[in-house]
Each structure stands twice: as structure tokens, then as C-alpha cells.
Design a protein around this ligand. Structure first.
Ligand SMILES: [Zn+2]
Length: 166
């Protein structure tokens, strides 16, 4: 039996858990990978750029966001896109997303603190709105909550998409 180092195992857990149709849809949007799981943030470059998170909510989640009407997200798979241009770049930002224990600051923290499976795709020099545009053009992804994570963005309806295969 081959024993994998823990971070490889973490990546494999996400890869094995995510539905095949989701893998296929991501690949069709040009986001085949490499997706990196929890515990492997050390493999992510500290350069700046954009990233996508793919995460699973094991059960429905009520969000404490009065301005958005305290909405409920259904259980399922979600993609969030963001950017990291500060100190530590993508590695620091994605490492933070992978930690469950942290102060809730951004909208997406409400998901990453409870997500079961999570993986990230780093796109050095990328733009989060371009990632969202690629995914939103595919029929498999829908906007679950207008305004989520995109308060500063005039272009995207949301920086969170739900995997909603037709
Ligand atoms: Zn945007």
C-alpha cells in the first residue's frame, strides 16, 4: 500500500469527494487544476493574483447577513473567486481560507469556517472577475446570492457561484 503525505491525501479527499460532473464542468471552463486541498497551502506561490475556492456545504447554512436578508444557502458545492495582492500573496490568502478558526471578516468566511471539503486553484496574475465570467458562462453554475463577496465589484452579480447542474 502506498502511503501519501498528509497534504496529498487532503487534495485527494477533495478530488474524490467532488462529483465527476463538477470536475468536468471546471475543466470545461479552463479550471481543471491543479486544485490544492487543505494542508497543502505550502505548495501555493506567494505571488499575487486570483484564486478560486471550491467548497462543500454539508448542510444548509443560514448566513448572518442582515443587509442581504439573512439568506440561506442550500447544501451543495460552491465556487468562490477572490484575489490576493497584499503581503504573502496567494499563499497567505488561501492559507487563511483553509483555516476554520479565524475571525469572520469577509462574506466567504461564513462558508470557509464550516465547509467540509475545500480546495483552491491559484491563478498568478489572474483576475477574480475573469474567473467568475468563465464559470458563469457555463450552464452548470448559478448565482445563489446576488452581491455575495462582490460589494466592491461592478461587473459581477456575485463572486460566489453554486454548482447547479441542469
Ligand atoms: Zn467581479
Amino acid at each position: 500500500m502506498v502511503s501519501l503525505p498528509p497534504h496529498k491525501l487532503a487534495t485527494c479527499q477533495w478530488a474524490a469527494k467532488a462529483p465527476e460532473s463538477l470536475h468536468r464542468a471546471l475543466a470545461e471552463c479552463g479550471l481543471a487544476g491543479p486544485w490544492i486541498g487543505r494542508g497543502a497551502a505550502a505548495e501555493i506561490l506567494s505571488s499575487g493574483g486570483a484564486y478560486a475556492l471550491c467548497l462543500e456545504l454539508g448542510e444548509a447554512l443560514r448566513l448572518d447577513l442582515p443587509r442581504l436578508g439573512d439568506p440561506v444557502l442550500d447544501a451543495g458545492w460552491y465556487i468562490y473567486a477572490g484575489s490576493a495582492r497584499g503581503p504573502g500573496g496567494l499563499a497567505a490568502r488561501i492559507g487563511r481560507h483553509f483555516r476554520r478558526d479565524k475571525p469572520v471578516h469577509w462574506h466567504v468566511d461564513r462558508l470557509t469556517t464550516v465547509a467540509g471539503y475545500i480546495a483552491a486553484l491559484a491563478v498568478p496574475d489572474g483576475r477574480e472577475c475573469a474567473l467568475i465570467a468563465r464559470l458563469a458562462a457555463s450552464s452548470g453554475f448559478a448565482v445563489p446570492l446576488p452581491g455575495f463577496g462582490s460589494s466592491d465589484c461592478r461587473r459581477c452579480a456575485s463572486h460566489l457561484l453554486a454548482w447547479a447542474p441542469v
